[in-house]
Ligand binder design. Structure first.
Ligand code: ZN
Length: 243
């Protein structure tokens, strides 16, 4: 059975701002190995069952959502139920911009790009912030990477996760560029999955963050890989996080 006390322990981690968690992992101050094992364990146990802390239900447009005490809703962790859930929240609101439709399609293809809470896996559908496909986890990566090797990374990672039945419980902790290289922090990955990420982290170091072409490390106000063409552009012209 699912261990609620273990969950409460993990939930305390929410107090760490994500940037600090990433830095703590990198500096060896946070033993993510243990956390990983914990969440993997959690993942196995709740795969088919809604955890009991999502205990308040509300029916919206004929679909039953389950909320926890933080106002987040439970995101199902099986293919059929996850897709039904995503389709329902997508249909709740019309008049999407094209980028929101693109985000919906991306999440349908890669469920782990849905920005859920790091520890309870819930999605904000109430309160001050309501998720309406405004962004995905990928938005934290520079566009040159998003438009080049990241597409291959996603395909390979998905295949690996599917092989181990982890696709619908695998979670992103944080994605970012740091010191010119890809940082991809996650939960519930496999050994081979980590090897895939390492392979692309190496590729990132010589891939232009602006256009995705072959590049090398440049010392701007910070260190980033740029191709020869983009290197001639002033930093203000490099809008790395535009869609
Ligand atoms: Zn470039």
């Amino acid at each position: 059975m699912y261990n609620y006390d273990d969950y409460k322990k993990a939930e305390k981690m929410i107090i760490f701002p994500l940037e600090e968690v990433g830095d703590a992992i990198e500096n060896g101050k946070l033993d993510l190995g243990t956390e990983n094992a914990h969440v993997k364990n959690h993942c196995d146990k709740v795969l088919e069952h809604r955890p009991k802390f999502f205990n308040r239900s509300e029916v919206v447009s004929g679909y039953e959502f389950w909320f926890n005490e933080h106002g987040r809703v439970y995101v199902p962790q099986t293919e059929k139920n996850f897709n039904a859930f995503i389709d329902n929240i997508f249909q709740m609101k019309g008049n999407y911009s094209q980028f929101q439709v693109d985000n919906y399609n991306l999440i349908r293809q890669y469920p782990f790009l849905l920005p859920v809470n790091r520890f309870d896996g819930g999605l904000n559908l109430s309160g001050d912030f309501i998720y309406e496909f405004q962004y995905t986890e990928l938005d934290d990566l520079p566009k040159g990477w998003r438009n080049s090797f990241v597409k291959d990374l996603l395909k390979e990672l998905k295949k690996e996760l599917e092989k181990h039945h982890l696709l619908y419980c695998y979670r992103i902790l944080q994605l970012k560029e740091k010191f010119g290289g890809l940082r991809w922090y996650d939960f519930s990955n496999t050994e081979n999955g980590y090897a895939i990420i390492e392979k692309y982290a190496n590729i990132s170091q010589h891939t232009c963050v602006n256009c995705g072409a072959e590049g090398k490390m440049r010392n701007r106000s910070w260190i980033i890989p740029l191709c020869d063409d983009c290197e001639t552009q002033p930093s203000v012209k490099l809008n790395l996080y535009e869609r």
